[in-house]
Design a protein around this ligand. Structure first.
Ligand code: HEC
Length: 442
């Protein structure tokens, strides 16, 4: 285990959720936008309508700045945050999928080079070559999604990989295709939202209304296809994920799905009303409001996708607290739960407080705190006022009368379908129980 990244009150999970939700906006725009861009540019060239190029100019500048400055920064932010929050999980993914990421980064490089060349050669090279650059960007960007989706889907449904350890066995798993189709459809929807907003700033009213309408049609198509593919995705989720997310195992996940659905409907209605019927209503104000709705909807949707994986960070393989859950013979990986149960968790912790004397209460509390951070801290805050499932409050609800009550609760922790079993020996459990009882009583 690496040292635990503790964030008082705010917890690492919330930081990652915020960065990742924000990142979806630029990254899905980056992958979806150019299909619409190329469509408009082709129209402009074929029908000899130079006035449409005003849109191309504005839209590609938005993509350049929003996706490749802000989007890149938030992408790096996810890597940083995820690496310090769950170093072992990131390491496990890299050990399996380093060539996946390497391939993705090749397409990233093509994408980044293409957008710069595309933007700065606008109107400076012949239109056929310029269109080719647009196509190059559109394909490269989408292919980067084709690759990253495999790794994301692997985390929920690693498929045959658990038995074979094979790269493609894990990559093309049961949720891969539905997730790829859903993301592809929603990327068109998200690109449509931005296209409507950008088109609404165009000066020529007639052209503006025409482009807004076209963008709305793209957006609506993407949203409707996305809803159908989402239903397919939900039906393909593994059984335990369905129980948690759809059948009420964790009620807050159902609520998230509901909120994602509501914001989806709001965006759809906005497309129809402010895009198709009254394009003149599609100004910056309604645009910014709809971006906020989109952000919240994505947060709920992605939160649901991540949440149904509990208690795993990589399904069947590694728990959210980064303890290896099972043997994966093909990879020479063995479960750590039995090991910690027999040898003790604290004994095996490399970064542990020095010279702990279990006779001293202060030391025992300190030891209990470290174990609790490692085993509960990725899903629970330890401060009473914190936002993410604060343990003092949750435990207080169970009305424990002694540390032994809490130790008993810990022994049965794995009976909850969404929590990993406590991994450690009696000493570990007693130390955590004493610490947790202390924070409940404090
Ligand atoms: C994989 C994430 C995860 C880990 C790790 C985890 N929990 Fe939980 N825990 C949850 C979730 C999710 C809930 C449900 C909270 C809710 O209903 O919103 C929960 C609920 C609880 C509750 C309330 C139970 C009830 O029936 O009301 C307690 C107490 C609790 N956890 C203690 C712990 C302790 C102690 C640890 C560490 C030894 C731990 N949890 C580790 C995810 C986790």
């Amino acid at each position: 285990m690496y040292p635990f990244w503790e964030l008082p009150f705010f917890t690492s999970g919330i930081v990652i959720a915020l960065i990742a939700t924000f990142h979806i906006l630029p990254c899905h725009l980056a992958t979806g936008a150019f299909w619409f861009n190329v469509y408009i540019e082709r129209k402009s060239v074929k029908e000899n309508r130079p006035e449409l190029m005003e849109f191309i100019k504005r839209y590609s500048l938005l993509i350049l700045v929003f996706c490749f400055v802000i989007g890149s920064l938030s992408g790096v932010g996810i890597w940083f945050a995820a690496t310090v929050a769950s170093p072992r999980a990131i390491s496990a993914l890299i050990h399996n999928y380093v060539w996946g990421w390497a391939t993705e980064w090749v397409f990233f490089l093509i994408e980044i080079a293409a957008i710069y060349v595309y933007y700065y050669t606008l109107g400076r090279i012949d239109s056929k070559s310029h269109l080719m650059l647009g196509w190059l960007y559109a394909w490269a960007a989408w292919i980067s999604m084709v690759i990253i989706t495999g790794i994301l889907a692997f985390m929920l449904s690693p498929g045959e990989w658990v038995n074979t350890g094979g790269f493609f066995d894990g990559f093309f798993n049961q949720t891969y295709w539905p997730q790829l189709f859903t993301r592809t459809a929603f990327m068109i929807g998200i690109a449509g939202v931005y296209a409507v907003i950008v088109a609404s700033t165009m000066e020529n009213r007639k052209v503006r209304d025409e482009v807004v309408r076209k963008a709305a049609v793209w957006g609506i198509t993407g949203m409707i296809a996305g809803a159908l593919f989402s239903a397919w995705y939900l039906s393909k989720m593994p059984g335990p994920a369905k129980e948690l997310g759809l059948e009420g195992g964790l009620p807050y996940l159902q609520a998230m799905l509901k909120w994602a659905g509501i914001s989806y409907l709001v965006v759809l209605v906005w497309f129809v009303v402010c895009g198709l019927i009254k394009p003149q209503w599609s100004g910056k104000v309604s645009g910014i409001l709809i971006l906020i709705v989109l952000f919240l909807g994505i947060g709920a949707g992605e939160g649901f996708r991540e949440g149904v994986r509990r208690p795993y960070i990589i399904a069947q393989y590694m728990y959210d607290n980064q303890i290896v859950a099972t043997n994966i013979k093909a990879k020479g990986i063995s479960s750590e739960v039995d090991k910690y149960n027999n040898e003790g968790f604290l004994n095996n912790l490399y970064f542990r407080p020095d010279n702990i004397n279990m006779e001293s209460q202060t030391d025992r509390l300190q030891a209990g705190r470290v174990i609790a951070l490692h085993q509960c801290g990725n899903c629970h805050a330890l401060d009473i006022n914190a936002k993410l499932r604060p343990l003092p409050a949750l435990l207080a609800n169970l009305e424990p009368e002694s540390p032994e009550d809490i130790a008993g609760f810990l022994e049965a922790l794995g009976d909850y379908p969404y929590m990993p079993p406590f991994a450690g020996n009696d000493d570990d459990r007693a130390a955590v129980a004493e610490y947790l009882f202390w924070i409940v009583r404090r």
